[in-house]
Design a protein around this ligand. Sequence first.
Ligand code: CDP
Length: 241
Amino acid sequence: MEKRQELYAGKAKSVFETDDPDRLILEFRDDTSAFDGKKVEQLERKGRVNNRFNAFIMNALKEAGIPVHFERLRSNTECEVKRLTMMPVECVVRNIAAGGLCRRLGVEEGIALTPPTFELFLKNDEKGDPMINESLAETFGWARREHLVRARELTFQINDILQKLFLDGNLLLVDYKLEFGLFHGEVTLGDEFSPDGCRLWDATTREKMDKDRFRQGLGGVIEAYEEVGRRIGIDFDQTID
Ligand code: CDP
């Protein structure tokens, strides 16, 4: 597949068109941002680590029957994906209270959330990704009701699969964000799954092993991502066919 012009550059990834109108290439860069892009740094190896991490998780989800846009790794920092029409909403699931939920509701960090929560946010940096709901999304045309119902159903199926996968590596999947789009009418998981978009704690010590290390200036960010990867069975040195 031939790589063509850049379509879009996000905060951590760039998206390229290809000679196939139904396929795109994602390039994972070393750029790391937080607080709506107010804190930005380059972290060595991050693009490569997140590309591998995402490939591993997407393949695990695909094997479990979840429709995902990921198709294959292309290079150390690139992968090939199906071209989706994205819904501009972010689906957040929380198994344990942390981050925005604690700030908003004043609940203590670390309490178990039973059943897990599901929240929708509008993907809009200028507006600071405001919290929305199904009704607002439908009325303003950000997503159709039946597509949101399916995205929510898939999000909880993904939660069951990934909670187990991470617990096998003695890690707690605290919360995470997913983005969905449509591929020939089918609601399909897009974007990425990496420690940039989820919270992962050591199940014994509750040490943070995700992007909160960057947000909170704790250091050892990429080392923590690599440690998480190793615990769930990722070989970061594997060559790409
Ligand atoms: O991260 P923050 O505390 O600002 O927001 P949150 O609502 O607590 O985020 C919940 C989860 O979604 C965390 O794992 C975030 O890393 C992730 N998230 C994300 O990846 N991108 C966003 N724009 C918002 C949240």
